[in-house]
Design a protein. Structure first.
Lengths: 162, 296
């Protein structure tokens, strides 16, 4: 018995795609396997670790807790879409490099998407706010200090570019 | 760790959704925000044959602030209610408790009604609905509908009064009475994790700013939210100097927690006492502040 496929339209990082996927295809797997965008990482696959966080119509969500069919028509931003408009590192990515905000890098895509969305609404955060903002993302290497510094540095870069 | 195959339904209207739910009966499950359901599917702890995706029902994506209550439709996300100042102004306990639900990322997708129907003993909103004396609105095919009081809705861990074929269309959170204040407090291993214990308190002050009545609802210390009347400990006492510890002792005596890998029963009982005392004091201060603001 073959599983029925559902035609699903996604605009990922500005590029429209149409995929035919089984209903149970998680958005994270659709991005990685169907669209080849392997920047989105899957850690726990049950919504705890935050590595798979992408922006759905601008809002951070766990892509392991969404079915691709369930967000038919949505605009998705992955870590690949957080680059600078002209190419190269985007401000959050640059901040992670500047502050050594990553070591193994596995969790980084979820941090970059979460922070990118959050800084739009909190352009001038305190350290305590920055720490709270990343509370839903787990990192097993850094001890978070440099990630908090990266949030503050990214805010600085964004303010400088305005 | 991938979900088992299921038939996917995307009804365009509520009657259509109810027809599908009636047809699939026990084999069907409603998919709203999915922040609790999809982990269960991913780990194959649940494998329903049919999923009925209600996220497309725009008519249920509502937050209505009325004279007597805030009515939250089945598809309204936690984040929407959390940032709706009219809603959290009318029922402050909603905003106070939602801030402690998981993380912002989860609140962007998870729904208020979905959290209620899931009936997790560690979830905040069932306690909020119980404490406010709220109501669930349930619909079924053929125009059937019924309202179930919060006190009758939560039956056990992950068990509500919702029947197969029914859809919870809304939750109604009544405005607390004049002179009241509320607070929510909880302790988790890490911020955003399930609470080891959480307590909401609603205090009503009289005109002399003394405690008229006070009630608590505690989570993670029983199969459903545990309601505790604190009036015996606090009644008649000043809003800024009541015997909060006595209120805590009442709560600690009322709950019946169990040991698990996260905390012992004794520790959870201790938390119920400490958090109730803390929330009662904060709720009384909140009530006084609201009265002060109203008088100004």
């Amino acid at each position: 018995m073959s599983e029925p496929l559902h035609e699903t339209r996604l605009v990922v990082n500005g590029v429209p795609h149409t995929v035919r996927v089984p209903a149970r295809r998680l958005l994270a797997d659709c991005l990685r396997a169907d669209l080849g965008l392997t920047g989105t990482h899957l850690g726990c696959e049950h919504g705890v670790c935050g590595a798979c966080t992408v922006l759905v119509d601008g809002r951070p969500m766990r892509s392991c807790l969404l079915f691709a069919v369930g967000v038919d028509g949505a605009e998705i931003t992955t870590v690949e879409g957080c680059r600078a408009p002209g190419g190269g590192l985007g401000p959050v990515q640059q901040a992670f490099q500047d502050c050594h905000g990553l070591q193994c890098g596995f969790c980084t895509p979820g941090f970059v998407t979460t922070i990118t969305a959050w800084l739009r609404e909190h352009p001038d955060p305190t350290e305590a706010q920055a720490r709270e903002a990343i509370g839903g993302n787990l990192c097993r290497c850094t001890g978070y200090q440099n990630i908090v510094a990266s949030v503050l540095r990214a805010a600085e870069l964004l303010r400088g570019s305005r | 760790m991938k979900p088992a195959a299921f038939a996917y339904h995307r009804p365009g209207t509520v009657p259509e959704a109810l027809d599908v739910l009636a047809e699939v009966g026990h084999d069907g499950k409603v998919l709203a925000g999915g922040q609790s359901l999809v982990p269960l599917l991913n780990m194959r702890l649940a494998a329903p044959a049919h999923l009925v995706d209600v996220n497309w029902l725009a008519e249920l994506d509502t937050v209505a602030v009325g004279d007597r209550a805030v009515r939250v439709g089945a598809v309204a996300r936690h984040a929407r209610v959390e940032h709706d100042r009219a809603a959290t102004g009318a029922v402050p306990l909603l905003g106070q408790a939602i801030a402690d639900i998981a993380h912002a990322t989860v609140r962007n997708r998870g729904t208020v009604v979905g959290s209620l129907v899931h009936a997790d003993p560690a979830a905040e909103l069932p306690a909020v609905l119980v404490l406010l004396g709220g109501t669930m609105e349930l619909a079924s095919a053929g125009g059937g509908s019924r309202r179930v009081a919060a006190a009758d809705f939560f039956l056990g861990p992950l068990e509500s009064a919702l029947r197969p074929g029914e859809l919870a269309t809304a939750a109604v959170f009544p405005r607390p009475p004049a002179g009241s204040g509320s607070a929510w407090t909880e302790v988790a291993r890490r911020h955003g994790d399930y609470a080891l214990c959480g307590v909401g308190v609603l205090v009503v002050l009289d005109q002399g700013l003394r405690v008229g009545s006070a009630r608590a609802a505690c989570i993670s210390v029983g199969p459903v939210p545990v309601q505790v009347d604190l009036t015996d400990a606090l009644g008649g006492q000043p809003h800024d100097g009541a015997d909060w510890a006595a209120a805590g002792r009442l709560a600690a005596a009322a709950v019946d927690p169990e040991d698990d890998i996260h905390a012992t029963a004794a520790y959870r009982r201790h938390l119920a006492g400490v958090l109730t005392a803390r929330a009662a004091r904060a709720a009384a201060a909140h009530a006084a502040e609201l009265l002060d603001r109203g008088a100004a």
